[in-house]
Design a protein around this ligand. Sequence first.
Ligand code: FAD
Length: 545
Amino acid sequence: ALVATRASEERGTAQRVDVAVVGAGFAGLYLLHRLRKAGFSAVALEEAGDVGGTWYWNRYPGARCDIQTIDYSYTFDPELETAWTWSEKYATQPEILRYLGFVADRYDLRRDIRFKTKVTEARWDETAERWLLTTDNGDPVSCRHYIMATGCLSAPKPPEIDGVKDFKGEVYFTGRWPHGGVNLAGKRVAVIGTGSSAIQSIPLIAEQAAHLTVFQRTPNFALPAHNGPAPSDRMSLLQGDRAAYREQARQSMAGVPYPQQTVVSWQLSDAERRERFERAWAAGDLVHILTQLWADQAVDIDGNKIVQDLIREKIRAAVKDPETAAALTPHDHPFGAKRPCLDTNYYATYNRPNVTLVNLRQEPIKAITASGIATDKRSFDLDVIVFATGFDAMTGAIRAVHPITGRGGKSLTDVWAQGPQTYLGLTVAGFPNFFMITGPGSPSVLSNMAVSIEQHVDWVVDRLAALRDAGFTTIEPTEKAQAGWNRHMADCSMLTLHRLANTWYTGANVPGKVQGLMPYTGGVGPYRSICDEVVSRGMLGFNLT
Ligand code: FAD
């Protein structure tokens, strides 16, 4: 492919633009809009048939956001904000996809997006100071700057179980759900996995299927969504002073406008703690319960344990069979160290007569056979297997473009052999004019991603414009700055409880993946200040030529 790409570049058939964006999800769409407004020629390359990213691919039953939709929205254009009204506190996938389509139409973005076009390789040409991107469909792209807006949760993990090909029934992946939907009525269905997608889809699959068997390796903490209209207190805060509300989100720890909690658990009585917890449980809001109970819950295991125990009580109360309740109760990680889930009737679904939970810690899957799934104790005859087994998070989609070759013929895969190395989660030493939106080393998946995406896109486009206006053609972080950022990442991660859990934040869910906490744990607001300070101190840590 590379030979063909070089030949076509020499013939002059490569599409030449200032900036190439890979991905047309939340990030790619906003990038394209901002790049155009800043006067750059740009193209977005997207594997999917339309815009939407996450919300294009994840069409499984029950797919929703779990950050309140009024917060999980673009904020760059006040007119866009008032032109769109969300119907629910947590919008469904079809509504979020309609919203992203509405944004694409409103700013006429589709004309610069090449759909059904996957970027397969990328090579930095040191003489021309340009990137050359190879695609699986149509002309290669020659660009000054290469921005990966390829998503943190966009590379589904392949099944780790032998025999999937032997299975005679239907196989689906939540992250690649068929567009026409799937008829599960009267069928014997298995769901493998109990992460966010499983927890959202299991109650709806159980309603349709003749029988549902859930195969669980690690139980997750799940909290009730209490979905409905957007809560009136949040709406009046937003509508009262939209600009202040949005600004508070940008300066907050998680990208949602809640104040920093200062009271610690031992300053409260049992009754006061329970009262706070019950209020948070009733609010149906992940960020509320993660940040508003007491200040030590995310940083001190004792403060965290109190929350864990209160949630375990809720699970025991919701699930009638004590053995099932025990199997569903998380025991191996602090609350919040693994992404907690929001659910609608998740725990209660296990009280249905047509639902069985299989605890893989006690009876591991031996194989998938022609007729179903065999554990080392039993076999289950099935018509459908649903893999809700998650993603190769944060680095999967980046590494899938292979090779990405930087200065001196260095490949990103080699540079990242011991885990992702970045400066600010945005750039990599040795890879000039290369950017990642919400890359490893930035707050990313530990935040409301709408806020983090806008911050990254604004920072990158503003830098590219400043660079151009000052007559520079390349930007690249120094090795020293990158090493410093990695040390700061490690220092910050010692302060939170994330290090105590094996999760997709740490790469533990993918066999063979290098272990280490990938997102930055210092918080959205502090991170934004660091990025701004880098600029105000003359692009500290970057070489410009
Ligand atoms: P994506 O939406 O993942 O888009 C990336 C695009 O890049 C994809 O369309 C992909 O096809 C394309 N692409 C990747 N590689 C290539 C390539 N080599 N060539 C061409 N195209 C490529 N975040 C929240 O903040 N709140 C939520 O409530 C929330 N809910 C979520 C629910 C689910 C089920 C999932 C999976 C994620 C959720 N997220 C949530 C995270 C979500 O991914 C982000 O909020 C956001 O949608 C990411 O946008 P993006 O544009 O960065 O990436």
